[in-house]
Design a protein around this ligand. Structure first.
Ligand code: S3P
Length: 438
């Protein structure tokens, strides 16, 4: 599949984005482990989350789709998961693989996990190593650091106080999920606060959890079913919001977007760059997820510096932000973001390579990039390299390019935002993005 993108002068209107990917994964997993029936509303029906739903079904949970985004998951309780009859394929989804490893570390049976070509390249040792210290047996490629992996859990697991070298919500969540099956409290310390959806949802499902600075401690226990309202995904909204800032005549509202403070780096950065941005709503609680309506208007942008604790709060938004940085005045720098190299693709290399084809120079650095602006995007033939967020970022760049842009390899957009082209076209009032079969 490919996108043929035409430049647009105007982008107007209000829209919604599909459910938050991170929250949807967690609802499926906690629902499966809980006692009773969990109702999930607004669940993301994109490939990544469908992988997690299929995985929990393979492990014995009963999943019924009751309507668009509405799922009923009858949990099997903490001791009820069953050995799956086949290899569990996590597709492109790092969250599925890593969080499942945490759950499987506590199961007294063997499970085999694999994934697509991209996922089989991504590091799993950051999760497998601490889980092995808790007592799980994990074997597989590259010394049990790459999928396919086979896992056999232990009951109970040994309690652990783990200090993660990376600020990763996937590592944190895997350890906390394994902690449900441990013989004592399990704690995880991270170098900076990563997204806290697991902490919020575990509490909502009745888990005992305490947070002190960047250390989270979970006391093992049972989970009880809950009703989960999944907010719209800020990481999908990011592409529409950046488009709504850089297109010449734009005013775009995205309704019901999750505005969890640990995910809000994009809004902080757009604000610092001078974007006209209005937020309505957004009450936060300790459990559940706050939502708000976000409105942006076309704005001249100034360069900014992104580093440190801000990085985990916007890690998935860097492809969209790189496009904004290219049209901003001054040199935007992104540092402390080496994690970008082990996402669905090496996003630093991918952005430098593909934006160069559009005539935009990105200085690649080991842990980030520097982009001197303003530069003009030239319509060109580019490729996502199979990475959904690179695909959508390139399409947004195409909206403000001189001439037509063709983005190849865009089927991957279905992993997180299948309605991306349709949503942008509605805002553009025409077909800015034509989806073609390759
Ligand atoms: C995710 C966490 C982030 C993010 C990924 C989803 C999650 O990764 O990049 O898209 O759902 O926990 P890390 O926090 O592991 O870097």
């Amino acid at each position: 599949m490919r996108f043929r993108v035409r430049p647009v002068a105007r982008l107007r209107g209000a829209c919604e984005v599909p459910g938050d990917k991170s929250v949807s994964h967690r609802a499926a997993l906690l629902g499966a482990l809980a006692d009773g029936a969990t109702e999930v509303h607004g669940c993301l029906e994109a490939e990544d989350c469908l992988r997690t739903l299929a995985a929990v079904q393979a492990l014995g949970a009963d999943v019924t789709r009751k309507g668009p985004g509405h799922y009923r998951i009858v949990g099997v309780g903490r001791d009820g998961l069953q050995e799956p009859g086949d290899v569990v394929d996590c597709g492109n989804s790092g969250t599925t693989a890593r969080l499942l490893l945490g759950v499987l570390a506590g199961q007294p049976f063997w499970t085999m996990l694999t994934g697509d070509e991209s996922l089989r390249r991504r590091p799993m040792g950051r999760v497998a190593e601490p889980l092995a210290r808790m007592g799980a047996t994990i074997v597989g490629r590259k010394d049990a650091t790459r999928l396919p992996l086979a896992v056999k859990g232990l009951r109970p697991l040994r309690a652990l106080a783990h200090t993660s070298p990376v600020a990763s919500a996937q590592v944190k969540s895997a350890i906390l999920l394994a902690g449900l099956f441990a013989d004592g409290p399990v704690s995880l310390t991270e170098p900076a606060r990563s997204r806290d959806h697991s902490e919020r949802m575990l509490r909502q499902f009745g888990a005992r959890l305490s947070v002190e600075g960047t250390t989270i401690t979970l006391t093992p226990g049972e989970l009880r079913a809950a009703t989960v309202q999944v907010p719209g995904d800020i990481s999908s909204a990011a592409f529409l919001l950046v488009a709504g800032v850089i297109v010449r005549d734009a005013r775009v509202t995205v309704r019901r977007v999750g505005v969890n403070p640990t995910r809000m780096g994009l809004l902080d950065v757009l604000g610092a760059m001078g974007a006209a941005l209005e937020t309505e709503g957004g009450d936060a609680g300790e459990e559940g997820e706050p939502t708000a309506s976000l409105t942006v208007s076309a704005s001249p942008l100034l360069a900014t510096a992104i580093a440190g604790a801000l990085v985990p709060r916007l890690i998935d938004e860097v492809p969209a932000l790189a496009v904004a940085a290219a049209v901003a005045h001054g040199v935007t720098t992104i540092a402390d973001a080496a994690e970008l190299r082990v996402k669905e693709s090496d996003r630093i290399a991918a952005l430098a390579r593909e934006l160069a084809r559009m005539g935009v120079h990105v200085e690649e650095r080991p842990d980030g990039m520097a982009i001197a602006g303003p530069q003009r995007f030239r319509g060109a033939r580019v490729s996502s390299g199979g990475d959904h967020r690179v695909a959508m970022a390139l399409a947004v760049a195409g909206l403000v390019a001189d001439g037509e842009t063709v983005v190849d390899d865009t089927a991957c957009v279905a992993t997180s935002f299948p309605q991306f082209a349709e949503t942008l076209n509605a805002l553009a009032g025409g077909s800015a993005i034509v989806v073609e079969d390759a």
